[in-house]
Design a binder for this molecule. Structure first.
Ligand SMILES: [Zn+2]
Length: 112
């Protein structure tokens, strides 16, 4: 899961992201604790954030991977003389799955 947050430095305020293994905030608490304290990619100043304030977004690398897979399948099927709807539905299914995972993550907040 890719999590986004804004740099706390008022002069910077750029969007940063961290990659985590967890798919929800309960697992995330186990993985990294209740707060992050990460250096900004742009200005280097550290941002402290409660994990409730991190927002998940779709992983476009995975979606892009699905798109490449679809192109590959289309090329393979092309040799057999037909084009499958499969090649179009794979990236869409992967994208929807990513969106679902991200919104599920964002919906659930920790109580403490
Ligand atoms: Zn910054």
């Amino acid at each position: 899961m890719k999590l986004n947050y804004y740099c706390s430095s008022p002069s910077c305020n750029k969007l940063n992201s961290i990659k985590v293994k967890s798919n929800n905030r309960y697992d995330l608490k186990q993985e990294i604790g209740l707060e992050i304290n990460e250096p900004c990619k742009y200005c280097g100043s550290y941002t402290k954030r409660h994990i409730n304030r991190l927002h998940a977004s779709s992983n476009y690398v995975i979606i892009l991977g699905g798109l490449l897979l679809a192109i590959l399948i289309t090329i393979i099927l092309w040799d057999f003389g037909f084009i499958s709807t499969l090649s179009g539905s794979i990236p869409i299914a992967i994208w929807m799955n990513q969106e679902k995972k991200a919104s599920a993550f964002n919906k659930v907040l920790l109580d403490d």
